[in-house]
Design a protein around this ligand. Structure first.
Ligand code: PLP
Length: 422
């Protein structure tokens, strides 16, 4: 097939790098090959780049845009809010409104504190846990991602426990102890020196792994036994695996929940939600919870509109998205088996991960079998065919994806897999 024309995206990048480091505002976006395409317009789940190339979007803003780029309910709510003036850093009714709605939707959200990003919410959750227990140590799981703060931006892969980037302060993670996600037996080594255990309850970042039976329960039992605060990082799984997130889906309740992404309806947000007794220090003002843009009216209005929409349509919307994701995985796995190409896909809810180099994974440790370069070649071939995914092979589905989009995507996947033979 003829290569798409990326002339204008290339020219933009060359010029942008003059004053914008790496030509982007978040490093992974600059790694798209053959060039980071510059998006000019986004409607529903359809993107158009500067050269006029069109894509079906499966990045959905790296997850937040479950309702696509132009949901009517969010656009109307943000316009209404704009008309009242920005009111940044004032007390406004949107704050309690979204906290009340969360208390209705998320099983453990008795109280919610808002911040501006998921990373900040993780930082706040750690602070709350340390204040509540008077302890310092944090248990983290290898290959789980919790944002880019120095404390937890380590062990990004199952076989590398080091920092994720140059420039990190090793002292910041000195109190972090690493465990293998999914291994219930290791939870026996937790003790009462730990302030918190933090984890992705379904490991979407490592590659869409559902928790093995008994794992979350073992974490819950051990943390309860030793008075450790259990933090579910539901920045991705919140409102994606269902209205009540992973905790509702798997029936294991944390003490604190970190939220972000979908919660903001596409605008920046982060939140820590939790039981009243653990949130006590925040509620009493003893624990500092600061931030100029915390609870900004536009994000909260967008989030309220999006979550209200999800609440009304949850019964039909989530099963439909999950079925579409399962269908996509089945297609990839069938094609791989038919052609003998070592590739596979797995999904949790409406998040799908493509892998090349392996015919299936049973645990996060198996990620060492994955051929990252070949997975990148697969997503490049998809991009050429108008399918826009995260370069590491992660795909998010959203409500505007329709049957025609999915048929086009299946066809593109078949063709892109074939390119791996050559
Ligand atoms: N936690 C998880 C599980 C995430 O996936 C992310 C971001 O992808 C974060 C935290 C950090 O959120 P943000 O990018 O909004 O800072």
């Amino acid at each position: 097939m003829p290569a798409p024309d990326y002339t204008r995206s290339r020219a933009y990048r060359a010029a942008a790098c003059a004053h914008l480091p790496f030509g982007v505002s978040s490093t992974p976006r600059g790694r798209q090959t053959p060039v980071p395409v510059v998006i000019e317009d986004a409607q529903g789940v359809h993107l158009t780049d500067l050269d006029g190339n069109r894509y079906i979007d499966f990045t959905l803003g790296y997850g937040p845009l479950l309702l696509g780029h132009t949901p009517d309910c969010v656009q109307a709510a943000v316009s209404r809010e704009m008309a009242r003036g920005l009111r940044t850093a004032t007390v406004h009714r949107g704050e309690a409104a979204l906290a009340d709605l969360l208390a209705d939707c998320v099983p453990t959200a008795e109280q919610t504190a808002f911040v501006t990003t998921g990373t900040e919410a993780v930082q706040l959750a750690l602070r709350i846990a340390r204040a509540a227990t008077g302890r310092l140590k944090i248990a983290k799981f290898r290959a789980n991602y919790h944002g880019w703060i120095d404390n937890l931006h380590i062990a990004g892969a199952p076989d590398n426990d080091g920092p994720s980037t140059i420039g990190q302060d090793p002292a910041a993670s000195a109190d972090v102890v690493l465990f293998d996600w999914g291994d219930a037996v290791q939870m026996a080594s937790l003790d009462s020196s730990f302030a918190a255990v933090i984890l992705e309850p379904a490991a979407i970042n490592p590659g869409c792994f559902a928790p093995p039976p008994g794992f979350l329960e073992a974490v819950r039992i051990a943390t309860r036994e030793h008075g450790i605060v259990l933090i579910f990082d539901e920045v991705i799984t919140g409102f994606r695996l269902g209205l009540g997130g992973a905790q509702q889906r798997y029936g294991v309740l944390p003490d604190l929940t970190v939220l972000g992404k979908v919660l903001g309806g596409g605008l920046p947000i982060g939140a820590v939600a939790g039981r009243r007794d653990i949130m006590h220090d925040v509620a009493s003002g003893r624990l500092l919870h600061r931030g100029t843009f915390n609870g900004n009216p536009l994000s909260l209005a967008a989030g309220f509109a999006a979550v209200s929409h999800l609440r009304i349509h949850a019964e039909t919307l989530y099963p439909r998205l999950d079925a579409m994701a399962a269908d996509l995985c089945a297609h990839v796995n069938t094609q791989a088996a038919r052609t003998g190409i070592p590739a596979c896909a797995q999904a949790v809810g409406s998040a799908v991960q493509l892998f090349v180099g392996t015919k299936g994974l049973t645990c996060i440790g198996d990620l060492t079998q994955v051929d990252r370069a070949a997975t990148g070649r697969l997503t490049d071939a998809l991009l050429q065919r108008g399918i826009y995914t995260l370069p590491r092979g992660l795909m998010y589905l959203g409500t505007p994806h329709d049957d025609a989009d999915m048929a086009t995507t299946r066809q593109a996947l078949s063709e892109a897999l074939e390119t791996l033979r050559t």
